[in-house]
Ligand binder design. Structure first.
Ligand SMILES: Cc1cc2nc3c(=O)[nH]c(=O)nc-3n(C[C@H](O)[C@H](O)[C@H](O)COP(=O)(O)OP(=O)(O)OC[C@H]3O[C@@H](n4cnc5c(N)ncnc54)[C@H](O)[C@@H]3O)c2cc1C
Length: 410
């Protein structure tokens, strides 16, 4: 059976590795002329590392990533009110990693070329449209720069892993319109700096009105400095930003002014921001969950299927879980069309819950809870541990990575 994957991002490349491992012929068509290390930090939770371990990438990722040991939450005065171990430090069979998105994409890209062959990923192939009948599916590609029709490819199945602005989804749902803007803008940067706290901590600071997420994404250099990813989240109301463009540059001076008082004894936020390279702005958006992704021989995967707010570190991980579920469905059912329906049945409701939880702030609800209750700070004995624990545990169950359930899997 031949599967055509549209999009060579995190989800598409993982699906290529999983499907090939299960004996299928796979071709990936990617819009950009050249895969470049774009993006900043991304997180791989233990449930997705289970999948990537099975395709043999645990060591390679470990070599380039930071193994996250702890997730901690702080108020805007830098007071810590929640801390929990993560990954293997929390008893999971698999680690949690923070890594540069471009580095991860390259690891996957190299692995696909090594195992599927050098021509398995065709760059500069932008999907224009597809059609399907009882015999198969035919996809038509253009050179995005010129609009010239360059190629058509036949396959038994087509998987749209073409991201938040998916052409496949648009053809399946022509009336849907653009992604839905959350009124929050994310400001993303990276800084080479000495490690903060224990050097393997992910820190969430502030409230959903003004937040900062900070975590290291690479090993220390010879001077002991680490590439540190930071994401400022500002509630900007109606913004002029509309397109979800991952690479638009932001006004760093304005940000420095907004965060100027966030100088803590464990991290100097303005100094970190000042030391960064370019800062990218990104309107935080998602789409309403769909009832179905599968139409005959065509289905969706990753951000094309369920774009979500980057809250709870789940965007890449859920795409990787889709790849695993799709492969399991196709190997456990003889009729591929039934398999796609089974994939839908498993993943559509599961990911819809995560999208909706993230809209309701996911685990970051505890930031707002503490801000509302203690706007001027708190005493240690006032921290409502049980209440915070309930929010955190609930999110793990919804997103499919509570330690007991996950560790039952092989
Ligand atoms: C340039 C870029 C930078 C990003 N940076 C970050 C980041 O810093 N942090 C973070 O958390 N998330 C980032 N993301 C999003 C993150 O990768 C996804 O949320 C998540 O990993 C799910 O992956 P995906 O494969 O579904 O989508 P994506 O990783 O978005 O991959 C989709 C792929 O499809 C390709 N594509 C799109 N349209 C077509 C078409 N018509 N034909 C063929 N190919 C097509 C795109 O070029 C892209 O390679 C970024 C995405 C992109 C594209």
């Amino acid at each position: 059976m031949k599967v055509l994957i549209i999009g060579g991002g995190i989800g598409g490349l993982t699906a290529a590795l999983c499907l090939h491992g299960a004996g299928m012929e796979v071709v990936v068509c990617e819009s950009v002329p050249e895969i470049k290390p774009l993006g900043v930090g991304i997180n791989l939770l233990p449930h997705s590392m289970r999948v990537l371990s099975r395709v043999g990438l645990l060591e390679r990722i470990a070599e380039h990533a930071v193994e996250t040991a702890e997730l901690s939450y702080f108020n805007k005065f830098g007071q810590r009110f929640w801390s929990e171990p993560r990954g293997q430090f929390a008893g999971y069979k698999w680690p949690q990693f923070s890594v540069h998105r471009g580095v991860l994409q390259y690891i996957l890209f190299d692995a696909v070329r090594e195992t599927l062959g050098p021509d398995a990923v065709r760059t500069n192939h932008h999907l224009d449209h597809f059609e399907q009948n009882d015999e198969g599916v035919v996809a038509h590609f253009v050179d995005r720069a010129t609009g010239e029709m360059i190629h058509e490819e036949r396959a038994d199945l087509l998987v749209g892993a073409d991201g938040i602005n998916s052409v496949v989804r648009q053809q399946l749902y022509p009336d849907e319109g653009p992604p839905i803007y959350s009124e929050n803008v994310l400001y993303r940067g990276t800084t080479m700096m000495p490690p903060f706290l224990a050097g393997n901590v992910m820190a969430m600071i502030g409230s959903m009105q003004q937040k900062m997420v900070v975590y290291p994404i690479a090993k220390p250099d010879v001077d002991g400095r680490v590439l540190t990813n930071w994401v400022g989240n500002l509630n900007e109301g109606q913004s002029t930003l509309t397109a979800r463009d991952w690479n638009r540059e932001a006004d760093k001076d304005r940000l420095l002014d907004l965060y100027k008082t966030w100088q803590f004894d464990w991290l100097d936020v303005p100094q970190m921001m000042a030391g960064s390279g370019k800062v990218y702005e990104f309107p935080m958006s998602d789409r309403n969950p769909l009832d179905r992704w599968t139409f005959g021989r065509v289905t969706l995967l990753g951000d094309a299927a369920h774009p979500m707010y980057p809250i709870g570190s789940n965007g890449a991980s859920q795409a990787i879980l889709d790849a695993d579920a799709l492969t399991r469905a196709l190997t456990s059912t003889t009729d591929p069309l039934d398999a796609l329906t089974a994939y839908d049945r498993e993943r559509v409701p599961a990911t819809a819950k995560v999208v909706l939880q993230n809209r309701a702030k996911g685990p970051d609800q505890i930031l707002d809870l503490m801000e509302a209750r203690f706007p001027t700070g708190f005493e240690k004995h006032e921290i409502p541990h049980d209440e915070l624990a309930e929010v955190m545990d609930h999110y793990k169950r919804v997103a499919g990575f509570d330690v007991q359930s996950l560790n039952q899997l092989t």
